[in-house]
Design a protein around this ligand. Structure first.
Ligand SMILES: [Ca+2]
Length: 409
């Protein structure tokens, strides 16, 4: 009973954040920067080591120049509703499993069928932006594992449960003791094309940790399916794949196997980053484009009021970014010369957009947290139309370009 009461109080606190729409923005960044510049210089040696271990091997790789892209081709329709702050979704066959941040209950549905509960992840504590966050799925033979990143009373952890006959089994720990706090808990998990599990861990409102190679906060982690350190990680014995992130909540790989990630900025810039092993993405020394060779600039950046990025998807040449603060979905295409263009969709129409992914019917599906004051979360579906590369730019112009290309390759 105690934990249920705790969850309820935590949930009330969360709603204030949502109503204020702060998402933890407004940290005194000037103070942070002043103190971090000194630290950055003292750490330059280890940073250089990290960069040299991985970035040079891939620095000649182009941004990506797909010959076509996809764009939303109709009005989205609601395919599920009544969700309690849906955060992540994964496909298991024709089913979709959705996490609910405040309760830890995982629900499933098939297209055209109603939601049903498949179980509740135990020991979920929802505080601030924490709670039941990311899901990932791993199929081994006939076994299906559901992975879950969630907040506990003492931080965050990654667990897995067998998913069999429509129900979740016992919890097995994968990675315990991840940093956590009332804000900036990160929480996205995805399996990469290399079979490894990647996780975004926020800096838990301790910006200094993002540059500390010995902390897992403010990092993207890469681990084996059982939480071990892969032998080919950038730094031997470390789960850290990249550092200098603030509160990344989105991961996707393009069709070349290149990892990309969103980052939720403070009061300056939200980011879409091309993630290199061992790369340092600058927070809290730099937010958005900095032009400092010690840090990797984003490919695209947005003013925070029009973005506030969470989930990220890559579908047939187009990135899709879920915008929480901006209450819109963004598409990003990159032309043959490497120039990114971003287009806003549905601004203000569906409330805060939390995640976006390819649905079981080939349409683009996205999760909303509902409008302010109306917590009803939805899953929406929109068909995609394919365009040849020159048309992608024209479609972007017609749909309303946004964001600021942050790097010139
Ligand atoms: Ca950055």
């Amino acid at each position: 009973m105690e934990s249920r009461d705790f969850d309820r109080r935590a949930s009330a606190g969360h709603m204030r954040d949502e109503v204020l729409g702060t998402d933890g923005r407004g940290v005194a960044i000037a103070v942070v920067r002043a103190s971090m510049i000194a630290l950055a210089f003292t750490m330059l040696g280890s940073i250089s080591l990290l960069i040299s271990s991985g970035v040079h091997a891939q620095s000649s790789r182009s941004v990506g120049s797909p010959t076509s892209c996809v764009m939303p081709a109709a009005t989205p329709i609601e395919i599920a509703s009544g969700l309690n702050i849906p955060w992540s979704a994964v496909r298991v066959g024709s089913e979709v499993l959705v996490s609910q941040r405040g309760t830890g209950e995982i629900v499933a549905f098939r297209l055209g069928e109603t939601l049903r509960s498949v179980g509740t992840v135990p020991d979920v504590v929802a505080r601030g932006d924490g709670g039941m966050l990311g899901l990932a799925v791993l199929t081994e033979g006939t076994n299906v594992w559901l992975y879950a990143y969630h907040s506990t009373i003492s931080g965050n952890r990654i667990v897995r449960m067998a998913y069999s006959e429509g129900a979740l089994g016992e919890v097995q720990p994968v990675l315990d003791g991840l940093p956590g706090g009332r804000g900036h808990n990160g929480g996205r998990i995805e399996f990469g094309p290399d079979g490894m599990l990647y996780a975004t861990v926020g800096e838990t409102r301790n910006p200094n940790l993002s540059q500390d190679p010995n902390s897992l906060a403010g990092k993207i982690l890469r681990m084996t399916p059982t939480g071990g350190v892969p032998t080919d990680n950038p730094v031997r014995g470390s789960l850290v794949y990249s550092l200098g992130h603030r509160n990344s909540q989105g991961l996707a790989w393009d069709d070349r196997g290149q990892l990309w990630a969103t980052d939720f900025g403070d009061d300056g810039w939200d980011e879409l980053n091309r993630v290199e092993p061992g790369g340092n993405y600058g927070w809290p020394v730099i937010e958005g484009r900095g032009g400092n060779p010690a840090y990797i600039d984003p490919v695209m950046q947005w003013h925070t009021q029009e973005m506030g990025p969470s989930g990220l998807a890559y579908v047939d040449g187009t990135f899709f970014v879920a915008g929480l603060t901006g209450q819109r979905l963004w598409s990003v295409t990159i032309d043959a010369a490497g120039n990114p263009e971003a287009t806003a969709h549905y601004a203000g129409e569906f409330g805060r957009v939390r995640h976006v992914f390819e649905g079981s019917d080939g349409n683009l599906w996205f999760l909303t947290n509902g409008r302010r004051g109306d917590p009803g979360g939805q899953v929406l579906s929109v068909p995609l139309g394919s365009l040849a590369a020159p048309e992608c730019s024209r479609a972007s112009a017609a749909g309303g370009r946004g964001g600021v290309p942050a790097t010139v390759p």
